[in-house]
Design a protein around this ligand. Structure first.
Ligand SMILES: [Zn+2]
Ligand SMILES: [Zn+2]
Length: 415
């Protein structure tokens, strides 16, 4: 049976918080007979007088030569003459409580909730069910509070996400029993799933990378029943590797539906799509426009892989409403005088193909577009020495092909 302990540390002698923060695992000479898998709550004595660290016994037979060097955290050494045969217990960090969180695990509150006397050596909690359940309840509260306090738009690393939700490290749908949550991750850096926002509804593609998806498979069933099974669903979106943007708690707002998408082996298959809405609607997260442009390019590549029949099958049932995204873009403020000057110099003739403008605008002027030979986004200047007037065809050609000879031709022209 898994046991739990409270173990005191003299913080005048050892910087236990930083030691666990930095090393994650620490070896101690513990006289109590602990076993692998036992939970050990570290009680900080002296000024702190509260439980601030939760650990787990990883190994009970660590010899000095295999030990982790934590000498940097020893403030006042007391055990100078430990023999080479001393056996250490290795504790692995599970959680570090903040000062505020740990206030509920203070000595006084522990006393009120079952603790008898002081904590001088390792104390086994299994003999004290009142204290044990008090500590475990507080811990559950702390974890829940952390999730409730998250802000939409907050960015997590994978490690942070795992630590807050107590979930696994991989997969797009991560069920954590400890926090009774399901984290669903829409990773836009991978092109497999066609997840999208349509107004305030996020259309999330379920689990299963190859072949038809099954609504009863993996966490698809958890998500499809999430309105009644009590599991909280939290949404994350990824646009950059290892940046998980929190989109808040979401709920299913409609029954899951099926559509056709390509699978990981480029075969068309049926997927399940879950329409989700944020529980607390908040301002849309803005993403850089180039991220979106890259995604679109990937999608275009994938569409090219389909044969005509597949393309027809995939598109015939698509509903007309497009997905939307709010993006951030850098906009250049172009000088109107420079543009007007360039057009006057051109006199209605495209400076690249040297043909007359293809049509007149509503004001009856020859229609030409101004173009920067060296693009502004590439450091070009907004001056009459870098601006030409082109017909729409040539303008597009400059942006799609950007041929060296055309660039040179235009440069010559405005000299
Ligand atoms: Zn032209
Ligand atoms: Zn241009």
């Amino acid at each position: 049976m898994k046991r739990s302990w409270i173990y005191p540390v003299d913080t005048d002698k050892y910087d236990v918080i930083n030691s666990f923060k930095d090393l994650k695992e620490v070896d101690w000479e513990i006289l109590n007979k602990m076993e692998c898998g036992d939970i050990v709550y570290i009680y900080l004595g002296n000024d702190n007088k509260k439980i601030m660290i939760k650990t787990k016994v990883k190994n009970i037979n660590v010899t000095k030569s295999d030990g982790i060097d934590d000498s940097a955290y020893v403030l006042e050494s007391e055990t100078e003459n430990l023999s080479e045969n001393t056996v250490y217990t290795r504790l692995k960090l599970l959680d570090l409580f903040s000062e505020e969180e740990a206030n509920k695990l203070s000595y006084n509150l522990l006393l009120k909730n079952g603790l008898n006397g002081s904590i001088r050596s390792g104390l086994i909690l299994n003999n004290n069910p009142e204290l044990k359940s008090y500590i475990e309840d507080i811990e559950k509260n702390i974890i829940k509070q952390r999730i409730d306090n998250l802000n939409n738009g907050q960015i997590f690393s994978n490690e942070e996400l795992m630590s807050v939700f107590k979930c696994a490290n991989a997969s797009g749908m991560r069920r954590a029993h400890k926090t009774n949550t399901l984290c669903i991750i829409s990773d836009h850096t991978k092109s497999l799933y066609e997840d999208r926002w349509i107004e305030d509804v996020f259309h999330y593609t379920g689990m299963g990378q190859v072949g038809n998806q099954d609504l009863n498979y993996g966490q698809n069933i958890t998500l499809s029943e999430s309105n009644t099974n009590g599991v909280e669903v939290h949404l994350f979106e990824v646009f950059k590797k290892n940046e998980y943007i929190y989109e808040g708690k979401v709920e299913l707002v409609d029954t899951p539906y099926q559509e056709e998408q390509l699978d990981a082996e480029n075969n068309l298959r049926t997927v399940w799509v879950f329409p989700l809405k944020q529980v607390n609607r908040c301002e849309e997260i803005r993403i850089p426009k180039d991220v979106l442009d890259n995604k679109e390019k990937q999608r275009e590549k994938m569409a090219k892989k389909l044969n005509n029949e597949q393309l027809r099958k995939k598109t015939e049932n698509i509903k007309g409403k497009p997905g939307t995204r709010t993006t951030t873009t850098k906009v250049y403020e172009r000088n109107a005088d420079v543009a007007e000057y360039a057009k006057r110099v051109a006199k209605g003739i495209c400076q690249l193909c040297e043909q007359p403008a293809p049509f007149k605008n509503k004001a009856g002027e020859d229609y030409l577009e101004t173009h920067h030979i060296v693009w502004l986004s590439e450091g070009g200047e907004d001056t009459i020495y870098n601006t030409v007037a082109l017909c729409p065809n040539c303008h597009k050609k400059m942006h799609v092909l950007k041929l060296k000879e055309d660039v040179e031709f235009l440069k010559e022209k405005i000299l």
